[in-house]
Design a protein around this ligand. Structure first.
Ligand SMILES: Nc1nc2c(ncn2[C@@H]2O[C@H](COP(=O)(O)OP(=O)(O)OP(=O)(O)O)[C@@H](O)[C@H]2O)c(=O)[nH]1
Ligand SMILES: [Mg+2]
Length: 449
């Protein structure tokens, strides 16, 4: 899989490179274009993808503490994730029953194994499963599937001795529907579709015509790089591919062919196979997959660090808002929510350059426990908009009482939150007098004037 190995290399090279950023971007973009194209990823797709990456790389500013090169890696990662379906997980539940799935793919890609895995997966969801042995080419295909079906508790249909795959598929689907299967999975023969094998693509078309499957599932071996695009396209032209399974993700290969298959068919990857056993099937998760594709153990920690620094940046903005403006419960709410994500306040402030000087004045606030933060947030959820905007209204006992009842806490706890508000307000008044802090915010461009 030279092409996508190069993708990993391009990222590695990028992180080590120095020099003017624009030149780095240019060279990096050229590297990943070359890598993707040599892996047979559709050229138009490559250019669309790299155009987006380049635009974002030049336009976006990383959060403080993240280099622009690291940001470029994150942008690449995000754009690839989008390509693989983004944050929505594939829908694996059949929309109705009975539901017929037809497996297709080249020889040895893992079709039969995947039939067994799918049968087990769907059985554990409570479906009745039937499988059909419509591979009349591979010696022993009938017995292989029969054994698998027994193992996972699926109904089985086959016609040993028959060479008519189309008839077997048709009879099998009909029979298994009668026997009450909710999901019927049809195993077919492996084929490449080149030269003499054109006939096998024709057979595939005829099977599809005979059984009108609800979903044609293309099985792709993760190690198959270069040919994937072309092959997936041929299969897709014979019978429209509805979904993709990438097998052998447990091997050394990183699944580059999958990118091409997705590009060639427009179908989504639904599952990945991670071993020979019937249990070794996972629902496809774009993020995890792309991290594997980019092949960096470091990628995860890099992304985590960036995310954290982004949260710190958000938090900084809130603090700046607090210094500049009126303190309300709304602002405190935001601050507490962010603090909960970031961990102890003291640590957070240490992470913001130049803020360690504020630590003493924030010491009291730094001691709030996670539990208290959660409680305070729920108390604020019981306040009216008016109260959120005008904390001083809590001077009225009746309001404290109402809020305490509404959020199921003691009145003393509501008062404690109110006192926290007063402390923060006082702290901010002090901070406003400190020129160094104000200058810092002004420099960050976070404070008007
Ligand atoms: N490591 C690993 N091996 C797998 C995986 N899926 C399948 N295999 C192995 O790949 C080989 C081929 O699997 P089959 O399921 O027979 O492949 P097929 O596509 O049905 O092959 P044909 O019927 O000949 O076209 C077997 O040795 C399987 O055990 C996987 O996810 N990981
Ligand atoms: Mg097979």
């Amino acid at each position: 899989m030279p092409g996508l190995d190069d993708l990993r290399k391009a990222v590695g090279k990028l992180l080590k490179r120095s020099g003017p950023y624009e030149a780095i971007v240019k060279e990096y973009i050229r590297d990943i274009q070359r890598a993707l194209i040599s892996a047979d990823v559709n050229v138009r797709l490559v250019f669309e993808l790299t155009k987006r990456i380049r635009e974002r790389a030049l336009r976006e500013q990383p959060p403080p503490g993240v280099s622009r090169r690291e940001w470029l890696v994150k942008v690449t990662y995000e754009e690839l994730v989008k390509l693989f379906g983004g944050d929505t997980e594939p829908e694996v539940k059949p929309p109705y029953t009975p539901y017929v799935i037809m497996m297709v793919g080249v020889q040895g890609s893992g079709k039969t194994t995947t039939v067994g895995k799918l049968a087990k997966f769907y059985r554990s969801m409570g479906y009745r499963i039937g499988v059909v042995a419509a591979d009349t080419y591979r010696p022993g295909a009938y017995e292989q599937l029969q054994q698998l079906a027994n193992r996972v508790g699926a109904m089985f249909y086959g016609e040993p001795g028959s060479k008519d795959a189309v008839a077997i598929a048709r009879n099998g689907v009909e029979e298994l529907k009668k026997r009450g299967a909710d999901i019927i999975i049809v195993d077919t023969a492996g084929r490449h579709g080149y030269g003499e094998e054109e006939a096998l693509l024709e057979e595939m078309r005829r099977i599809a015509e005979a059984i009108s499957p609800d979903e044609v599932m293309l099985v792709i071996d993760a190690a198959m790089g270069q040919k994937s695009y072309d092959l997936a396209k041929r299969f897709h032209e014979a019978t429209p591919i509805g979904s993709i399974v990438v097998t052998k993700m447990d091997g050394t290969a990183k699944g580059g062919g999958a990118l091409s298959a997705v590009a060639a068919t427009g179908a989504r990857i639904k599952f990945i196979g991670t071993g020979e056993d019937v249990d070794e099937l996972e629902v496809f998760r774009p993020r995890r997959f792309v991290a594997r594709l980019l092949g960096m153990g470091d990628l995860e920690s890099l992304l985590e660090r960036i995310e954290r620094l982004q949260s710190v940046e958000e938090f900084e903005k809130t603090v700046a808002e607090m210094v500049a403006g009126k303190i309300t419960f709304r602002v405190l709410y935001k601050q507490l929510e962010q603090m909960r994500k970031l961990g102890p306040f003291r640590k957070v402030l240490q992470m913001i350059p130049g803020f360690s000087t504020m630590l003493d004045s924030f010491d009291e606030a730094a001691k709030i426990s996670e539990e208290k933060m959660r409680k305070w947030i729920s108390i604020m959820n019981s306040m009216t908009y008016e109260e959120l905007d005008n904390p001083e209204l809590l001077e009225q006992r009746s309001r404290i009482k109402r809020i305490a009842i509404g959020s199921g806490v003691e009145m003393s706890e509501v008062r404690e939150l109110y006192n926290y508000y007063k402390t923060v307000k006082k702290m901010m008044r002090q901070l406003r007098k400190r020129k160094d802090i104000l200058e810092k915010f002004a420099k960050m461009g976070r404070l008007p004037g």
